[in-house]
Write a protein that binds this ligand. Sequence first.
Ligand SMILES: [Zn+2]
Length: 602
Amino acid sequence: MSTDSLSLDQLNVAGEDAFVALLDGVYEHSPWIARRAFAVRPAGGFASIAALKHAMARVVREAALDEQLGLIRAHPELAGKAMVAKSLTAESTNEQSKAGLTNCSPEEFARLQQLNADYNARFGWPFILAVRGPRGDGLTRQQIVDTFARRLNAHPDIERAECLRNIHRIAEIRLNDKFAVAPTLGNQVWDWAESLARFSDPGFAESGQLTVLYLTEAHRAAAAQLADWMRECGFDDVGIDAVGNVVGVYHGEHRDQQGDPADEPPRLLTGSHYDTVRNGGKYDGRLGIFVPMVCVRELKRQGRRLRHGLEVIGFSEEEGQRYKATFLGSSALVGRFDPAWLDQADADGVVLRDLMRDAGLPGTMEAIQALERDPARYLGFVEVHIEQGPVLNELDLPLGIVTSINGSLRYVGEVRGLASHAGTTPMDRRRDAAAAVAELILYVEERAGAVPEVVGTVGQLQVPNGSINVIPGRCRFSLDLRATTDAARDALDADVRARLAEICERRGVSFTLERTEAAAAAPSDAAWQSRWEAAVDTLGLPVHRMPSGAGHDAMKLHQAMPQAMLFQRGLNLGISHNPLEAISNEDAELCVRAFLALLDRL
Ligand SMILES: [Zn+2]
């Protein structure tokens, strides 16, 4: 640390003017942000740099619209007139030159000027992008141009919020420079995620897309890589089990003391999946493997053993992309691997049992059943996961604590009416199947919207053999209902089904509705949830509780032991199952520190 770097103590004892001066340049030409952050400085000072960052982001979020726009307009255009005239602030000059914007080719420069002009015409403010990027070491010029072009199409309200979030990211990096701190643990997470993404299935790899389906060559290479990294981190036992899970154990102090393995104190189980959806993101699932891996690397580096062993699992399959089954990896651990799955064939006719044997796995139920864990030997299961939604991003919060994984019900249905001539059938004589489903969709939207933490979606809608001049005689639809509790889910379900019956009765049409999936809600264990809360509080961050709308491996482990999850914010509006899925190194650092804090308290 250089001698002239800023310390939190200095900020915490500074008077108002000194405080504002110390934070000069963090937010471009906007000292009012530091001034208002000073006003909310806690009596004992900010608990951490993360707490300071959050306080400043909150000042901006609570500021008037004019003030927010003023902050955005205080920034220079990327590769704009100010850069050419060399009149940027020192911070901006540093960032724009690090991103290589001062070395644009004439074509790139012209393209950026055109984007600047189009963007300004559409929104009336300059395009803001944290050009040092989510890893802090700079986006490429191509990434900058691609992001610019993509965001040009956003809704103005969404784009304004995205500009502010990029301003917070710029401020975060500038603050780290001032404090001379670097998120080295988060960088490791980020770098592993980047490196593991080099394995991708044929047909996707060629175009730079990430797809890792169960037991493909890329999948097996990813597993081998994870196992290698686990060994390098200092795990004691590392192996790949009969369903392809990568399992690493870091023993507790009991083993060092040569204790009888039968008397080993219960372990903490953690992990997430390393398979991906087609053309997916680099962090979905994998984050929950990397974060505890970094923790073990840290413990090993410090020569520390915990009282309890830590078992980290990279689950081989969660997404249900290749076979008509999901959670192949975690199901085996709770004795719920369905023997019928072994006889299933994928789209190319590859039977699961044969695939397993080709991959060097036994492919027998005997071997799979042997993976079932005895809950008595575990403290519980915790899982870190990227949020996969917009909530934390909107609240400027890096971490959130999961209260429950939503229970869900899925249906496929069909309404049958009468296909008749669009011109000759009067409006009061119609049996329009699609209009009936449309009415149902609006009801689902209204009913789910009226209750907090309940969601309902009709994601598929088809008029088979529909024609522009024919009233829809049939309409097929899907229905996906989710809620934090089974009671709320079932109440929604009962209302939606009753309304469907009523709509069809009134409109003189008939319907079928087939349930295809039912998953019980998995509320977090109260004690484990509060351990996560305490861990996040230790970092000086607000404790934000939220349900998980998506299913996770923790849902399966829930059937055998207490579980609780921690969410990390996703960038790019929280988008997931998409190549735009992103995290920052800084958020990953906080996530690792939260996990370490959780381990410290065991
Ligand atoms: Zn996932």
